[in-house]
Design a protein around this ligand. Structure first.
Ligand SMILES: Cc1ncc(COP(=O)(O)O)c(C=O)c1O
Length: 441
């Protein structure tokens, strides 16, 4: 039996059958066949999958494809079949696989310096902080590794700010969050998840969170009081199925938080860094939060890099020894992060997301009533609610895989499309054509 989680990953309770990619998949020719895969597993897909199931915890239920190499928007499995990647590692691969500029930055850094710990300075981290300040319009960076760590760090900063600056009595600080949220998997973060699959069995939970309906400013305003350290929201809820709030919601959150002397923390870990056609999704409403959380694409699909970027007067509540991470801000991560910032500085990827997003939408619109109940799209990012009559999200994902497209379902019946921002227009229209044929039944 399997259950779908908030982030679209399916948790299986018994081993799934070890199947290789369905035979009807037509390999997409281009590029030389991989003669040798140094260091790679030489076994065929089905055997690799069986070995994974025997040796790995079953906290994921991947599609039955074993990828061995990738370039740009394309990945290739161990049998040499090629697939168009329409998931982009949940937006960690916004610039595609192995973008040459990012790979070069990593290679150069690998040859020079990879880790110092923060016990010493290194000559890459200041540049990352300067780049992030430029990118976000904020002042100060706290570098971490994963998205969940950035969220945890922001919660700690907000609580400390509440006690030291706002004057909230000790241990009384609250953080207001939205239902349907997805901010990661730590025990504190799942404490305020509204998804039983993410929460059940993991208590006792961290207190101090208030959950309000997403996209409901009245409820948000009512939940904020003199104990509120922060309002933490995703500008677009990715794992929930690309839920886009009404125009004015983010500006409203900004107003409510400012009026209540409360921090606005925007989790841009999935929505940020070009995906929606802007560097940050909050830019669609010209809003500057107090803290912005970045992750995923900041590591260029190469290394985990995350960050809290915030106002100087807020971030300074952290003093030496109060927070940290052995790997946070390591020179390799900083070099890749800086190269990512360099790519975004040109505006090219934001522009592509806007332009190709319009193509995506134009092609999705006619599918409503023809296999899709509805869809939501912003930039090169869409959530497609599949008509249950044509199959579950998982079934549609498997059928798309058989046609050479990789997507992932979320919440049972929604498919998320998030191609690399480097995808070509022809590749995109061809892909949606295949989606159309597949959902039409
Ligand atoms: C909005 C958001 N925040 C936080 C996270 C957690 O990031 P990570 O998986 O790197 O811990 C995710 C991951 O999907 C996310 O989408």
């Amino acid at each position: 039996m399997s259950v779908t989680t908030t982030d679209g990953r399916t948790v299986t309770e018994s081993a799934a059958p070890a199947t290789a990619a369905p035979a009807e998949h037509t390999p997409t020719p281009t590029g030389p066949a991989p003669a040798a895969r140094p260091g790679a597993d030489a076994r065929p897909s089905a055997e690799v999958i069986r070995a994974e199931e025997a040796g790995l915890a079953h906290n994921y239920h991947p599609l039955p494809v074993v990828i061995t190499r990738a370039e740009g928007c394309w990945v290739e499995d161990v049998e040499g079949r090629r697939y168009l990647d329409l998931l982009s590692g949940y937006s960690a691969l916004n610039f595609g696989h192995r973008h040459p500029v990012l790979v070069q930055a990593a290679r150069d850094q690998l040859d020079r310096l990879t880790l110092t710990s923060r016990a010493f300075h290194n000559d890459r981290l200041a540049g990352l902080a300067e780049g992030l300040a430029e990118l976000t319009g904020l002042d100060v960076t706290l570098p971490m590794n994963t998205g969940a760590e950035a969220v945890e760090s922001a919660i700690k900063i907000a609580r400390k700010w509440a006690y030291e600056v706002k004057g909230v009595p000790a241990d009384r600080a609250t953080v207001v969050v939205a239902d349907g949220n997805f901010h990661g998997r730590t025990t504190t973060i799942v404490s305020f998840s509204t998804d039983p699959v993410a929460r059940d069995g993991f208590g006792p939970f961290t207190p101090g969170f208030r959950v309000v309906p997403y996209n409901d400013l009245g409820a948000l305003e009512a939940a904020v009081d003199e104990t509120t350290a922060a309002v933490l929201v995703e500008p677009i809820q990715g794992e929930a199925g690309v839920l886009i709030p009404d125009d004015g919601y983010l500006a409203g959150v900004r107003e409510v938080t400012r009026a209540a002397n409360t921090l606005f923390v925007a989790d841009e870990i999935q929505s940020g860094l070009g995906r929606t056609g802007r560097t940050l999704a909050v830019e669609h409403e010209n809003v500057t939060p107090d803290l912005v959380l970045l992750g995923k694409a900041l590591g260029g699909g190469i290394v985990p890099v995350s960050a809290v970027v915030g106002r100087r007067d807020v971030m300074r509540v952290l003093r030496p020894g109060e927070h940290g991470s052995t790997f946070g801000g390591n020179p390799l991560a900083a070099a890749v992060g800086q190269a990512v910032i360099g790519l975004l500085r040109t505006g090219e990827f934001q522009e592509r997301a806007t332009r190709l997003g319009a193509v995506l939408e134009a092609n999705l619109r006619p599918l409503v009533g023809r296999g899709l109940l509805r869809y939501r799209a912003r930039g090169l990012w869409a959530g497609l609610d599949i008509d249950p009559a044509v199959g579950t999200g998982r079934e549609i994902s498997e059928r798309l895989m058989a046609r050479g497209l990789l997507v992932k379902d979320t919440h049972g019946s929604t498919i998320r499309l998030a191609p690399p921002l480097t995808i070509g227009e022809d590749e995109l229209t061809e892909a949606i054509g295949k989606v159309a044929e597949t959902v039409a039944g």
